[in-house]
Write a protein of this length. Structure first.
Length: 239
């Protein structure tokens, strides 16, 4: 068999590989660009635009507690991972710009006033109590939808709990500093953050059994690189 034949076959194989690699890559880029053109990112099942999300973080310390050191670096890493994860999941149509308050915020009351007697299910009582206090003290705006972006508030709490509601999220400072949470703190933060955009839990509230493997379900207990947002959820957010 002549060498010419081998050259023809080799050229055909090389051409096919070239087409597969660059054709698929071009198609992927085109799909990504198309998603950016048609996307209109907004809060889950609502109209507030989230093309730009301004996430402000407060370290909130009840009156009977004292600020603890060495949480800032862990928070910075978690926020950076969240911002990258979010931009990827929303195909660049929505970005997070985060800011961490330079000093801690001293609460007006002891922790039991915020917590009440029941801290189960993530301590939502503390989240709502602290939210209301921040609003009364005019440290945050009451309407998250602003002309320069969607405002979300993350409260790092010197207490217990992890909870979220539209516009506000709470995460215990211990998740940032305890070694047992080091690998998953970004996922825990992301899970509560996405409640600020209206996403719902994807697990059984009472028993904790996950219904799905996304960030609102099982992936909240896994490192963030393994997490994702369900396509049907993104669809209900304009993506």
């Amino acid at each position: 068999m002549s060498s010419k034949y081998y050259y023809v076959v080799f050229g055909a194989i090389l051409g096919a590989c070239f087409w597969i690699y660059f054709g698929i890559s071009a198609g992927s880029v085109a799909t990504d660009q198309m998603r950016r053109v048609v996307a209109n990112p907004h809060v889950y099942d609502a109209k507030q635009d989230i093309a730009v999300i301004k996430l402000k973080t407060f370290y909130f310390v009840p009156k009977n507690k004292r600020p603890e050191p060495n949480w800032e670096q862990a928070l910075e890493r978690a926020l950076k991972e969240l911002a990258n994860f979010h931009q990827s999941q929303f195909a660049g149509t929505s970005i997070i710009r985060y800011e961490v308050a330079a000093t801690s915020t001293a609460g007006l009351y002891d922790n039991l006033t915020y917590d009440t007697q029941d801290t189960s299910h993530g301590n939502p009582a503390a989240l709502l109590s602290i939210r209301d206090e921040l609003l009364r003290r005019e440290l945050v705006k009451s309407d998250p939808a602003q002309s320069d972006g969607y405002n979300a508030i993350l409260i790092i709490y010197e207490g217990v709990g992890a909870a979220g509601t539209p516009g506000f999220a709470l995460l215990s400072r211990k998740f940032l500093t305890d070694k047992q949470y080091e690998a998953i703190v970004s996922s825990l933060l992301a899970h509560e953050f996405y409640h600020t955009l209206g996403m719902r839990d994807d697990y059984d509230i009472e028993g904790g059994r996950p219904h799905g493997f996304d960030i609102m379900g099982m992936a909240r207990t896994m490192p963030l690189p393994y997490a994702f947002i369900k396509p049907e959820v993104l669809k209900r957010m304009g993506i």
